[in-house]
Design a protein around this ligand. Structure first.
Ligand code: ARG
Length: 295
């Protein structure tokens, strides 16, 4: 069922990708040329590489692919504050569902994957500069699509509302005028800002918001479903995570964010993703990281 849904979503988004990619591609190109040296990826002029990849895209089959992959490395940005999708493991390295997924995608593409942990709010603007792509449980939004493209979606989520045990908050109406904690720049943040009279406290880490909730400084925290469930377990008996559907929140789709207009990279990533969905690798990762409770 999950697989079928994923396949359906994939084909819908394929269309969206195809039509959405043509637009404002020059923005991204300019930015990446500027930042080439600090990204330390290419020794030659960025413009030359860009022109080359455009030429390659035109002749179809290319050897070294898009400009983003010229050095054989896929630089991936994440924000490892979002279990079970990404968190810092015991060795201080980013791990989680998204990290395993992008590493498997990189393997299929024959490139090395390097993960950089950064602020969530900085990810979109860093694509094409510091990083090639970002995987961070990132929801496809119109606003973000002005700056980046997205892969086909790989996960369906919804915002949850974390409440202190015994809270009377139970509906959208009840959220009005409340102190709401969110992670800065997330879709939870956007939803919270829309709540009438709410006092929104933005944190760099959702966990810090939950800590403040437990300490009585907030009335609730709005964060994605799976992290909310992880935090609920972490603070067992102190907080409850409630499905945002009860508050009128709509479902969201996670996708990998990509440099605007790099259709070649998008196609490679989507092909690898599709293969993983078909051969069971994807479901195995869901089982390991999300359903199995790892992280
Ligand atoms: N899905 C939400 C969004 O796209 C939250 C993602 C937060 N991810 C993270 N790695 N901190 O805005």
């Amino acid at each position: 069922m999950k697989k079928l849904l994923a396949a359906m979503m994939a084909s819908v988004l394929c269309l969206a990708l195809l039509t959405g990619c043509g637009g404002a591609s020059d923005e991204g190109a300019e930015v990446s040329a500027e930042e080439e040296t600090s990204a330390g990826e290419e020794t030659n002029a960025g413009e030359a590489a860009d022109a080359e990849s455009e030429a390659e895209a035109a002749d179809g089959e290319s050897t070294d692919g898009s400009g983003a992959l010229d050095d054989g490395v896929l630089n991936v940005g994440t924000n490892a504050e979002f279990p079970p999708f990404e968190y810092v493991d015991d060795n201080g390295e980013p791990d989680g569902f998204d990290i395993a997924l992008i590493k498997a995608i990189g393997e299929k593409m024959g490139v090395e994957v390097q993960v950089e942990n950064m602020e969530f709010d900085a990810l979109v603007a860093s694509i094409g500069r510091k990083i090639d792509v970002a995987i961070a449980g990132m929801t496809i939004t119109d606003e973000r699509q002005k700056m980046v493209d997205f892969s086909n979606p790989y996960y369906i989520a919804v915002q949850y509302v974390i409440l202190p045990e015994g809270s009377a908050i139970a509906s959208a109406e009840d959220l009005k005028g409340k102190a709401i904690g969110v992670q800065l720049g997330t879709t939870g943040d956007i939803l919270a800002e829309d709540v009438e009279g709410a006092e929104v406290a933005q944190y760099n880490k959702a966990l810090d918001a939950v800590n403040d909730l437990v300490n009585g400084r907030l009335d609730c925290v709005i964060v994605d479903k799976n992290p909310a469930l992880v935090f609920e377990t972490k603070f067992e008996g102190k907080v409850t995570a409630v499905d945002g559907a009860q508050f009128g929140f709509e479902t969201e789709e996670y996708a990998i964010s990509l440099p605007k207009g790099d259709t070649e990279l998008a196609e490679k990533i989507n092909a690898a993703l599709q293969e993983m969905m078909e051969d069971g690798t994807f479901d195995a990762l869901v089982e390991e990281y999300i359903e199995g409770g790892k992280g």
